[in-house]
Design a protein. Structure first.
Length: 259
């Protein structure tokens, strides 16, 4: 199983419109410093599966290889807006899995085009996509939201965004499931006192410590957190790193590199 971060940004992305902080200024001239809408993809035995679909150029990205399926964490626009164009494509339908949400995003459910929306996933009930087993887990967010526990053979990765803390049932499941890698929401810098819908850096690190995972990546990053980390005021543990757009993780987690 090869896992790739397609986007690691929050809904404002990096650079943030109208911001002249040094992080945003740098991202405007250096492509590798940018953060697109939070999303990822998994490649298993030559088949590609997408997690979320917030990229406005999603149809172009899918031209070279049609996804085997799309897993939506939830229906906020920055995680689903790319489907609004992709649906009007041609050819074979693309299965789309996600949480139970009657509102969805815009008119996707009423006019799906080539998107084949499946019966909503039930938490903790595994979905089998060839050799990839996907177990959805509930998260704490303002819309119905699922994290995805991905398993191929003995390799296990948990993708957990968007969330503020973890529901007790989800944390208990993860402790028993014992992932090799956790990808965790971290939308706010550590100084935020009363977070909503997303973890602060301090809260994310507490979750990672409780789960005792070998390796963790922070995602859904905003420019304020990038600034805090650039200042050097907060040092991450050795088993935690901030994900970057285009970064890949091979499982077992022995081969980590940037494209």
């Amino acid at each position: 199983m090869r896992f790739r971060f397609v986007g690691t940004g929050d809904s404002a992305q990096v650079p943030c419109f109208g911001c002249d902080c040094r992080i945003c200024a740098r991202a405007r001239v250096i492509a590798s410093a940018r953060r697109g809408p939070c999303s990822a993809e998994i490649e298993v035995e030559g088949q590609r599966y997408l997690i979320d679909a917030g990229q406005m150029d999603l149809a172009t990205r899918c031209e070279h290889q049609r996804p085997g399926a799309i897993l939506l964490t939830h229906y906020h626009a920055d995680h689903a807006q790319g489907l609004l164009h992709l649906r009007w494509g041609c050819g074979a339908s693309i299965p789309v899995y996600g949480p139970k949400d009657s509102q969805g995003c815009a008119d996707l459910h009423r006019h799906p085009g080539i998107l084949d929306f499946q019966v909503p996933l039930k938490p903790f009930r595994p979905l089998h996509l060839s050799s990839l087993t996907v177990t959805p887990v509930p998260l704490n967010h303002s819309k119905p939201t699922l994290g995805y526990c991905l398993e191929v053979g003995e390799s296990r990765l948990a993708y957990l965004t968007d969330t503020c803390g973890l529901p007790g049932a989800t944390e208990r499941f993860l402790r028993k499931w014992r992932p090799d890698v956790v990808v965790l929401d971290c939308g706010y810098p550590s100084h935020v006192i009363d977070p909503r819908n997303h973890n602060t850096l301090a809260l994310a690190l507490q979750i990672i410590e409780r789960l005792s995972v070998p390796m963790a990546y922070l995602t859904h990053i905003g420019h304020e957190l990038d600034c805090e980390l650039a200042d050097g005021a907060f040092h991450l543990p050795a088993n935690v790193r901030v994900a970057r757009d285009g970064e890949e993780v091979s499982l077992p987690p022995t081969d980590v590199h940037h494209q």
